[in-house]
Design a binder for this molecule. Structure first.
Ligand code: C2G
Length: 152
């Protein structure tokens, strides 16, 4: 039984997350995924939209995911590798090299990220489309127009 392990926030779950999990799962027989808790995301300085309770349920429902565990700190990886008899630890290559210390415990792989998609980009796009934000933009435009009129 070849177990693969990875971790992530998986906020606003998207195709980049899915493709990574599918590729990791194809490397072995079982995929264990650590999902970052809301508290740990504060440690990571990572803003999220979807609460942990929902993010972990979404990841758990992915066909290629066999087990989800909470990720509460940076330091839990070695214990998780030993506890789940992990053969391969894998991440997207935005983490290239950051977890090489785990090579003492298992194989470490970094897979190419899916370009053109990220939770941050989705959040920023949604903000621009958000009606209240558009209302603020209209107010700003009216203010600018009234100032320009005074100088005409
Ligand atoms: N990812 C990807 N392609 C994207 C976006 C993300 O392959 N377009 C990968 C990332 O490289 C990561 C995984 O999907 O391996 C989860 O991404 P995030 O939810 O952003 O996870 P992150 O905040 O990087 O947390 O201890 C490790 C950290 O918890 C990783």
């Amino acid at each position: 039984m070849k177990t693969i392990l990875t971790y992530g926030t998986f906020d606003l779950f998207h195709i980049g997350h899915l493709r990574l999990l599918q590729r990791l799962r194809s490397l072995g027989d079982r995929l264990v995924v650590g999902v970052s808790t809301d508290d740990f995301n504060r440690v990571k300085n990572k803003n999220t939209v979807v609460p942990f309770a929902d993010r972990i349920k979404i990841v758990e429902s992915i066909r290629d995911v066999d087990l989800v565990i909470p990720e509460t700190c940076w330091e839990q990886k070695v214990k998780d590798i030993q506890e789940h008899s992990v053969s391969i630890f894998g991440m997207g290559n935005d983490w290239e090299g950051r977890f090489d210390y785990l090579k003492d415990y298992c194989e470490v792989v970094y897979l190419p990220r899916t370009e053109g998609i990220s939770s941050t980009h989705i959040r920023k796009t949604l903000k621009v489309l958000d009606q209240t934000h558009v209302g603020e933009l209209k107010q700003a435009l009216d203010l600018i127009s009234s100032i320009v009129e005074r100088f005409d």
